[in-house]
Design a protein around this ligand. Sequence first.
Ligand SMILES: [Zn+2]
Length: 376
Amino acid sequence: MQYLMGDFKISDNMMRFSLFVPRLYNLCRSYGFEKGMIMPSRAFCSDENQGFPIILITKHFGAFPFNHGMVGGIVATDRHGPYAHHGKDLVIIQASHVGYDPETGQFGAYRRLQVDHQRQDASCGKILGVMDWYLKAYAFAIENISFSLVNGNAAVIIDNQLLDHNRDAGIFLNIDQFVVLDSGHVPQPLKVFSTSKAFHVNPALIGSLPKRYFQADKRAPIKKKLTANLFYFKKRISEALEGRDQLERNLSHSMPAIVTSNFPALAAAQINTQVEFDRAYRTILSEDSYKGKNLAFIAGINIDISPQQGQLFPITKFVPWAAYVQNRDGDVFLKEQEELLEELISQSTDNPDKIEMSKAIGAMEETPEVKIEIDH
Ligand SMILES: [Zn+2]
């Protein structure tokens, strides 16, 4: 699944959430969705910084969105049935999220205003929590594979743990790319060290490395030259559908691409969105309670820009990835990123049907008391 990330374009395709939601509303209206009959739903992480997008959805759709999501931005597909009964027309928005610190240009960091010293924290914490084990394993490998000149031969020196293919879990090398196998087996070492072994380097690998890596009595760690094609991970994770490890299942096959990316937290959010769109799309197709309804399902990434001091809410940007649309007559459409973006951008950001939140809340507060009778 490593090819997944490739076609997901980020930089030119993001828009402020405050512009995305009215465009989405108007787009749904252009599909024939009825004013006042649309129930939005959101599959967002539980993080409080996802609240701002929820407020904007409420404002533009005139209804608080149904909660269709679990921590990490996983779609709770067992809620399709109940959700289908809550609106005539349906709009499901799925988004994985990632923090962004404009001061450092780093993804995965987010300033929490309600903690002491308003320190930076992980965002999405769930995604970064899952990635931690993989990042540590990768960090070990890049320091414990090195190159040298051993007895005049270009050599790769590999830590014994990385050579042990009988482990249950960990980072594993595509060893045939490092050494030339001898009848399918790792060849005899050039030299045996206390915790590692040196081998002749596969000539195909030598070509991709600078000459200075091969000096006698010096070891040059592989560092970032340990690219995604050279290794894989093994780890036992729960197979339960939408269980504790669903996010990790979504990401696990793509972990080599994620940990070697310049922005691992962003790469992981991208991949989770791609996997969730594909996975949830299939569950929507097979859901009887959606048959004969207008329905739009759109997936993307929420980029939460870390708030500055004095700012109440973050600026959230949305990067659309794909959409599935069906109408009551049974016509169905899949919109790939480019087409979806064009459709969204062609819509007005003016929404005549939006509600004024403060007025709506004021009206709620001023409505005469309703007495709840509990005595019989
Ligand atoms: Zn999160």
